[in-house]
Design a protein around this ligand. Sequence first.
Ligand SMILES: Cc1ncc(C[n+]2csc(CCOP(=O)(O)OP(=O)(O)O)c2C)c(N)n1
Ligand SMILES: [Mg+2]
Length: 182
Amino acid sequence: MTVCFFGDGALNQGVLHESANLAAIWNLPVVYVCENNQYAMSARADKFTSVPDPAVRASAYGFPGFSCDGMDVLAVYRTAAAAVARARAGNGPALVVCITYRFLGHHVGDPLNYRDPAEVDTWRARDPVERFQRELIGHGVLTGEQAEALQADVVREIEAAVAFARSSPEPEVDTLMEDIYA
Ligand SMILES: Cc1ncc(C[n+]2csc(CCOP(=O)(O)OP(=O)(O)O)c2C)c(N)n1
Ligand SMILES: [Mg+2]
């Protein structure tokens, strides 16, 4: 099966409509996952998407659409697992919309002058990584020390990857199209 990820910015592109329609007609094992972080570049979702919950659009293609709390790791897992199980059982595509939030700008130079910092703080308080960590510690799956050690491991891994990239030669121009499927 195939999982396609896209942002809320891609929701209103014609190609999504064409793909979803064909996927339904051919009964393809596809799960469409919209990471609805409520901003596409500097535009707020309610300014460019006609419905508050884009999951309702799936019914127009004849397959189910599920919205879930994208700030809750286990809610995303349960919702995705149901959509994947359907697809694997031969029941065709599904749309999963994860309601989340874009903490940072669209790009590093984004002035973020189009939204209220208080809104960001509200969503930051629901940070899914911190929330899941609290849940794991609360259920005794992880100790605070193990969580800290894990975080230190991740930081080390990222730093090693950055160092590797910085010390590697620039890629050749003719590799530009490698691993791109069209
Ligand atoms: C096919 C295509 N159409 C339009 C654009 C211009 N564009 C770049 S980013 C963007 C919005 C992306 O929104 P989203 O996926 O929600 O990303 P986010 O701002 O959340 O990072 C658009 C319209 C593009 N890059 N490609
Ligand atoms: Mg977005």
